[in-house]
Design a protein around this ligand. Structure first.
Ligand code: 4AD
Ligand code: MG
Length: 465
């Protein structure tokens, strides 16, 4: 089989057993005694396996001593206990087959020295083979599996919501248009506007910014559901926490209120943190050693403690009185910037914090109005080092109040008619939230830039591969 390095290092093979490792050379070292030590990785785990290659092999001089970083090889040999530090097992090679050479080792940009993350993003063939990319990729996989398992164990159903849509789920206008029209010869209406009736869907269509509105229809039928898929936002924010294409996990629960989903968010985060500590101890040890020394202890702390809840109104007071100079001043009614979110999570609480009951006027049209007439039943989970990782709310299930919000925000009611129908036929209180998957991966690994926790980042001026 492929990916046997994990099994070799994990002691799954008996000493003396012959195995073939297929992978890529990370390093080669030759001893004076005529033995080469070749470290090979196959991505199955963080570590490389060391193959000890004796000079008796036929191709020792012609090939083995010419191997460089990145060459692909199949090395066959007997599993042996290793005398070297850091690994329990190694291979006593009896055959080394070179599958693919590296054309020009001097230009293969993976020298043992470390490259910047920005630099690595320019090389599609190289980036996935680095230690950090391998570790991120395995952690990402583990987190995604744990998310599905968490919801499955709690009897949630996974709903695939559409990627192409005609509605703006957040009402924020950050949409990528999807069209088959000829941009150089657009059909026009009598008023001189682009005539989307002529377009593929007979209407202006977009990539989705959130599956929430769609998944609400299923929550109001199957009770507990969630989405997990790609979402797209044309925010022109060139920051370390925004992507134009990111994945979102959006649970939605019928007959639930804000407190119910706050608890759900806490349980879910603890569940996936536990999973990653148990299942990816190798990669997490790497992050703790090389990227962020608190990568493991931070998660352990979150798992062991109750989340702190705080009202937006109290948070504003804390920010105003903390004595810290912020770039953006805070007053009741303003949206919090990442510097404020990070202060609250990092310095005030020292752990993730759930902020609740935001001013109505800075939040989306669908959020449920509180009785005070000024706030909505919204929540954000703010995490140290990153700020908002989750945004959610109770949904306005009362048609008259929903319509009032749509009008106030100048959103066309007819575009949301199917959504409004949910409030007309057996409406029910319901609530949910959205977790940005890449922000979760960044939080877990300590990787600073969100672009480095997704295989193919999409950001302004960047969609090449
Ligand atoms: O707070 P947001 O905009 O909420 C929604 O989209 C709701 N419909 C969710 C719901 O209630 N079902 O986005 C949710 C989360 C944010 O907290 C953040 O983690 C992430 O999505 N997010 C982004 N992640 C990366 N790049 C971007 N441009 C992001 N925008 C939001
Ligand atoms: Mg938000």
């Amino acid at each position: 089989t492929n990916a046997v390095i994990k099994d070799v290092l994990g002691g799954q093979f008996a000493v003396g057993e012959t195995v073939s490792v297929r992978g890529w050379v990370r390093t080669r070292r030759d001893s004076k005694a005529g033995i080469s030590f070749i470290n090979v990785h196959d991505g199955s785990c963080f570590d490389t396996v060391q193959a000890v290659v004796p000079n008796e092999l036929n191709n020792y001089q012609s090939e083995v001593v010419k191997l460089t970083t990145g060459c692909s090889v199949i090395i066959t040999g007997a599993v042996a206990e290793s005398a070297g530090k850091g690994q329990a097992f190694e291979l006593q090679a009896t055959d080394v087959k070179v599958v693919g050479w590296v054309e020009d080792p001097d230009t293969y940009p993976m020298a043992p020295k470390r490259h910047s993350m920005e630099y690595l993003r320019e090389f599609a063939h190289l980036r996935p083979r680095t230690n950090i990319s391998g570790a991120v990729t395995r952690v990402r996989h583990c987190l995604a599996q744990a998310v599905h398992r968490f919801f499955h164990e709690r009897s949630f159903y996974w709903i695939s919501t559409p990627i192409i849509t005609t509605s703006d789920a957040e009402g924020a206008g950050e949409l990528f248009r999807v069209s088959t029209l000829d941009m150089t010869n657009l059909p026009l209406t009598e008023q001189g506007k682009v005539d989307y009736k002529e377009d593929f869907f007979g209407k202006e269509a977009f990539l989705t910014v959130s599956g929430q509105l769609n998944v609400e229809t299923y929550a109001c039928a199957l009770s507990k559901v969630y989405t997990f898929g790609p979402t797209f936002r044309a925010e022109n924010s060139n920051t370390s926490r925004h992507l134009a294409e990111f994945w979102m996990i959006e649970p939605e629960v019928a007959f639930a209120d804000l407190e119910d989903v706050a608890k759900l968010a806490e349980d879910m985060l603890k569940y996936v943190f536990k999973a990653v500590l148990e299942e990816r101890a190798d990669d997490m040890a790497f992050f703790a050693e090389r990227i962020d020394k608190e990568a493991i202890s931070r998660l352990e702390h979150v798992i062991a403690n109750d989340f702190v809840h705080m009202d937006y109104t109290d948070a504003v007071e804390i920010l105003q009185n903390c004595g810290k100079e912020f770039t953006y001043p805070v007053s009741w009614g303003t949206d919090l910037q990442s510097e404020h979110e990070r202060y609250l999570a990092e310095e005030h609480v020292g752990a993730p914090v759930i902020l609740k009951n935001y001013p109505r006027d800075i939040k989306a049209f669908y959020m449920r109005q509180n009785d005070d007439g000024k706030t909505v039943a919204a929540l954000d989970v703010l995490a140290p080092g990153i700020g908002e990782i989750i945004g959610g709310s109770a949904r306005e299930e009362r048609l008259d109040l929903l319509d009032q919000r749509l009008d106030e925000m100048n959103l066309p009611k007819e575009e949301y008619s199917w959504y409004r129908d949910l409030r007309r036929y057996g409406t029910v209180p319901h609530a949910g939230f959205g977790l940005g998957f890449e922000r979760l991966v960044a939080y877990v690994t300590g990787v600073q830039n969100i672009r480095d926790v997704i295989p193919f980042p999409r950001s302004p001026n960047n969609a090449e591969f």
